[in-house]
Design a protein around this ligand. Sequence first.
Ligand SMILES: [Mg+2]
Length: 226
Amino acid sequence: MASLMEIKEIFCNADAVCFDVDSTVIKEEGIDELAKFCGVGDAVAEMTRRAMGGSVTFKAALTARLGLIRPSWEQVQKLISDHPPHLTPGIRELVSRLHQRGVQVFLISGGFQSIVEHVASQLNIPTANVFANRLKFYFNGEYAGFDETQLTAESGGKGKVIAHLKEQFNFKNVVMIGDGATDMEACPPADCFIGFGGNVIRKQVKEKAKWYITHFDELLKELEER
Ligand SMILES: [Mg+2]
């Protein structure tokens, strides 16, 4: 695994930077907010707690939680308009600086496309650079499941998205930034991982990540020094 100095070098020469969304780019966990909004916040939180560290696949855990929430199209739209996610301080400046440097920025999330696209639009990230799960609805707006063929619906999905991006665009230096274990596991194929603990600190990520930050200013500062 790369040393801290090597990771900083890769970050400053990145051709693509991929961000996790929940608890990284935004302060909250999208699925928890959706569950609360649909009146099943406690039940879903309990389900998440039980699944953590268990042997349940990502897809099975998502199926179970969504089966409990059963969000309608209207509820998802209303959540976005009435309770839009809060951007983490410093992310706007960081993404804008990366764009100025000609770096491609991607959002890779186990959360939901419509919510993540809303976040992307605030950061001037094109929709094509968003990888997330897609909810499905019946013609009357009722919940009809999710698209199980998306890479992000699978365990290890974030790494699969990055492998796909490297192949498609021939990126040499891809950075993954996130709070969670699934973000850390996306490296490799990502060339380096930066742990982010500005919203929530996951113990195993903090312990294992060679570069662990709690504010995006630390990354901006690194770019300015070059
Ligand atoms: Mg996260």
